[in-house]
Write a protein of this length. Structure first.
Length: 391
């Protein structure tokens, strides 16, 4: 029989056969309430999640292959598997080109196809443009095409996804490394902190941009190369925040009591000090995510980011700069990046308000008096006359 914590913090034993329910602690509920109170950040989170819902499964929303093909009483999923043209009555053993009028006619004769909303992938070249590329927006290409006749809507969807995935991956791994380094420095202090800070100061002085340029001249940068190189420097932003929290908390009474009880340093750091440090880390993470997205966009704009042909918002901005006669390229890239970064900043502000101690207990209900106290006896919480109340 498991125990349960009630809203007032008391432990109660549930009745036999009762279902276990997950309940948030009072502090977590107040944080959630403060987050919802920031309407701008709250709705920004929902808008950002809606955009993720569209971009993460991008192949189902923008693709040059149909989602489902029904042919001769059989169902096929070209998104997940390649099928030869001969399977649909064609002549070639290579993968079927479903945009080919001949292949489409063969399938329509014995079945049907369901296409995505945007029937283009980020690398699909539209050969039937009425004007030279880049072509302006029309019914087929809602935001036009770029200078290589590729659909801009498809490239924005895939570019948004790769930017968010890159930013999330870089932020999470950087936070893990930075929290670990800051925790060790702040908890042990002394020479450990002194030497580690000098190493970080020297390492932070390394020219990151020059290293990226040198890397681009030796090997072709890709997603993992950029992630690994930026990870060498991005973790240092978390060290200062966590280090300050550990320096402040390592001399608290509950930490000294834990040492006196014989707990090891690793246990004290993980169970007693780290939860307090994570509050500042979580508050800092949305802004780091926005910075990571900006770094990738800047590198792609300079041409030393993702490989050529990759779906990238920075590459879309570079095309807009190179094709001033096609303003839809620069405007699309600018507004996409502006909306993404604005949503992340608004979410970060809401998270900061939710974890702010000054707002966490503002307007909180005072604790109810103990039921054992009688009206004739003075409350043990009330200070006696002539004495100052202490907090």
């Amino acid at each position: 029989m498991s125990q349960k914590i009630t809203d007032d913090g008391n432990l109660t034993l549930p009745e036999e056969g009762s279902a276990k329910r997950f309940r948030l602690s009072p502090m977590s509920r107040r944080r959630l309430h403060n987050f919802r109170a920031n309407r701008r950040g709250f709705w920004s989170l929902w808008i950002f999640l809606a955009l993720l819902f569209i971009t993460l499964p991008a192949e189902f929303f923008a693709n040059d292959k149909p989602i489902v093909v029904y042919y001769e009483n059989g169902f096929y999923m070209p998104i997940f598997r390649s099928y030869p043209e001969t399977l649909f009555g064609g002549e070639f053993e290579t993968e079927a080109d479903y945009r080919d009028p001949t292949v489409a006619a063969l399938i329509d004769r014995e079945g049907w196809m369901i296409w995505p909303v945007v029937p283009y992938s980020y690398r699909t070249v539209a050969w039937d443009l009425p004007v030279p590329a880049p072509s302006p927006p029309d019914a087929a290409h809602w935001l036009g095409t770029d200078d290589q006749a590729r659909d801009v809507v498809a490239r924005v969807i895939y570019g948004f996804r790769i930017s968010v995935l890159f930013g999330f991956t870089l932020t999470i791994i950087s936070a893990i490394i930075g929290v670990a380094a800051g925790a060790v420095q702040g908890y042990f202090g002394g020479w450990v902190d002194l030497l580690a800070q000098r190493v970080i100061e020297i390492w932070a002085g390394m020219p990151t941009l020059y290293l990226l340029i040198i890397l681009a001249s030796i090997v072709e940068p890709n997603f993992w190369w950029l992630l690994a190189l930026l990870l060498l420097f991005s973790w240092m932003g978390f060290v200062g925040v966590v280090r300050a929290e550990f320096l402040r908390a390592r001399n608290f009474d509950y930490v000294r009591a834990a040492r006196a009880l014989g707990l090891g340093d690793a246990t004290i750091m993980r169970r007693h000090v780290l939860p307090n440090a994570l509050v500042a880390t979580i508050t800092f993470m949305p802004f780091t995510l926005a910075g990571s997205v900006t770094v990738l966009t800047s590198l792609d704009f300079l041409g030393i980011g993702l490989p050529a042909g990759s779906a990238s918002l920075g590459e879309l901005l570079a095309q807009g700069k190179a094709n001033l006669q096609a303003p839809w390229l620069a405007l699309t890239g600018f507004f996409t990046i502006a909306v993404m970064l604005s949503l992340l900043i608004f979410i970060g502000e809401a998270v900061r308000d939710a974890f702010d101690p000054r707002k966490l207990f503002a307007g909180a209900k005072p604790p109810e008096p103990d039921a054992s106290s009688t009206p004739d006896s003075p409350s043990p919480q009330a200070p006696s006359s002539g004495t100052a109340a202490t907090v």
